[in-house]
Design a protein. Structure first.
Length: 296
């Protein structure tokens, strides 16, 4: 909300640049991201209807350049920050806005860090200050326990167009698994990730203290391969090792996994454009070209 108490949409985007991309490439989908690491969560003082009205007004003002939204609510570096705990109201707003977006013909993507949607554990928590479930780097207390599972369970997977799993989450499960096998087997790790997300997995909401959450019970989810994107890190990350916080996965490894997967994911997501050209082992990494094969 602004100082007048009116809901609005604001950000640091160069709107003329965004418009230019849409004009030159009208077939390219453009999404407005909501959240990000260290960003505040949406304010529950406003309803889903109010937020969606603000978005549509903002989009119309700028020539309807956005095709939808991307949920990217995450945690914060400061442990005591409110963003390290998803409130019931925040989750309900995410769900309500998602359903309004789909009702009005917009796309909805979600980009959870890997621990925020993890098929290997049925645990659910609204806190994102957990230690890694994989057992490594227990000094790192910024993981979640399937908090994005509420969005998928409450809205239904049919109302989420794409799910982009951030394999580059700090000390992610994928980073751990990559660090304990030789590089020659890294494609196997990705194949396992793909299989886990595209097979049925269960999240148990019954331990949540709020009846609004616990009433969901245990929900079995499956992400269709046509809705799955693997989220990668480009040159700002480092090659997997026991000390790697953010893992870089070479494009050749990713391509091998895609070629061997019985049902490969829809595609890839990476963070971020601003880091394109940074070097790994003396070679510039440019995912825009290095991963272009996935669009063919």
């Amino acid at each position: 909300a602004n100082l007048m108490g009116v809901e609005w949409v604001v950000g640091g985007l160069d709107m003329e640049c965004v418009k230019g991309v849409k004009e030159r490439h009208p077939d390219v989908v453009q999404l407005l991201s909501i959240g990000g690491w260290n960003a505040p969560h949406i304010d529950p003082s406003f309803s889903a209807d109010q937020y969606w009205s603000a978005f549509t007004a903002f989009n119309e003002k700028h020539g309807e350049i956005f095709d939808g939204i991307d949920w990217d609510l995450e945690g914060n570096d400061t442990p005591s920050n409110p963003a390290n705990h998803f409130t019931v109201e925040t989750l309900q707003l995410m769900s309500g806005i998602t359903l309004l977006a789909k009702k009005t013909g917009f796309l909805v993507f979600a980009a959870p860090p890997q621990s925020y949607l993890d098929p290997r554990t049925p645990e659910f928590s609204r806190s994102v200050t957990w230690k890694p479930d994989s057992g490594w780097h227990q000094e790192f207390e910024y993981h979640g326990r399937n908090v994005y599972g509420y969005l998928l369970a409450s809205c239904g997977i049919n109302n989420i167009d794409m799910v982009s799993i951030q394999l580059y989450e700090g000390y992610s499960r994928a980073s751990h698994d990559l660090s304990i096998v030789p590089a020659a087997r890294h494609a196997e790790v990705l194949l396992k990730v793909i299989a886990e997300y595209t097979s049925p997995f269960t999240i148990d909401f019954t331990s949540d203290p709020s009846p609004a959450i616990s009433s969901l019970g245990s929900v079995t989810l499956t992400i269709l391969s046509s809705k799955l994107l693997l989220g990668l890190a480009n040159g700002w990350a480092t090659l997997p090792s026991p000390d790697t916080k953010f893992a870089y996965i070479p494009p050749a490894t990713v391509k091998t996994a895609f070629s061997e997967a019985p049902n490969p994911p829809r595609g890839l997501m990476y963070w971020c454009i601003a880091e394109e050209g940074k070097e790994i082992d003396g070679e510039p990494v440019v995912f825009a070209t290095d991963l272009a094969w996935v669009t063919r």
